[in-house]
Design a binder for this molecule. Structure first.
Ligand code: ZN
Length: 257
């Protein structure tokens, strides 16, 4: 069994093909899919998709690349979604200092407010981090949460160790299938296995075996995992078992709604 800890099932690229997508994933052995949201406008869609499709679990949050159009009242709406029994995490939240013309203060405001909500609801968080690892770590120390997943992790080993110390797992996906991603592959090969969870980030981060322009899909997770198994010298079955156990431990709501 595999768990895709990060898949944007509601993305425009998928049109209305979610049923097919989820069935194909199930057939491939991906039995749980975590669906993060990105802003107030997609909370209801994410909730509805997860209610309709087997094994899909929602997370609710305001993504750093969407804070520009967020208003403080969105946090009140978010609170109602976090109170739903099926919610498994606050996400996707974080800081992105890569995007052009970002408003750092605004991103940090929404990030911190959502960390407070995660604490209040005792929920794990799904973190988006780009060029902001150390600042995210600083905020996590000031506003501790019960842990979560540093999604699409691409920091240093030292930063990875800091996240692990704070109760986080690190999400690995299609990026490590690229032979030239040497630093990331080294990290994926050498981090403690207990710290790793799998994700596709579909439809984004296409693995190397996809033709250019093809969207990533949750059904590709076992093929992505095969790279990691090879890098670590373990069997695919062992890797599936370990990473699923890690995902279940960090997102307890996945199996105990
Ligand atoms: Zn995402």
């Amino acid at each position: 069994m595999f768990i895709d800890t990060h898949c944007h099932l509601d993305a425009a690229e998928f049109g209305a093909d979610q049923a097919e997508l989820v069935e194909a994933a199930q057939r491939a052995g991906v039995s749980r899919i975590v669906v993060p949201s990105v802003e107030r406008a997609n909370f209801a869609t994410v909730q509805a998709l997860c209610a309709q499709h087997l094994g899909c679990a929602p997370a609710f949050g305001i993504h750093p690349m969407y804070v520009e159009r967020a208003v403080p009242d969105d946090l009140t709406v978010l609170r109602d979604y976090l109170a739903l029994p099926q919610t498994v995490a606050v996400g996707e939240i974080g800081l992105d200092f890569f995007v052009e013309h970002y408003d750092r203060a605004r991103q940090e405001f929404y990030f911190v407010e959502q960390l407070k909500l995660a604490r209040e609801f005792d929920l794990p968080v799904l973190l988006h981090l780009r060029r902001a690892q150390d600042i995210v770590l600083k905020h996590l120390r000031q506003h501790p949460v019960r842990g979560g997943i540093a999604h699409a992790f691409n920091g240093s080993r030292q930063q990875a160790d800091q996240f692990i110390k704070l109760g986080f797992k690190l999400g690995f996906g299609g990026a490590m299938t690229h032979p030239r991603a040497l630093r990331l592959r080294e990290l994926a090969a050498t981090l403690p296995l207990e710290a790793i969870v799998l994700e596709t980030d579909a439809p984004d981060i296409p693995p190397v075996f996809l033709a250019r322009g093809q969207p990533n899909k949750p059904e590709y997770l076992p093929r992505i995992a095969a790279t990691l198994a090879e890098l670590r010298g373990v069997s695919l079955a062992q890797l599936a078992q370990a990473t699923s156990q890690n995902a279940a431990a960090i997102l307890p709501g996945l199996f105990h709604p």
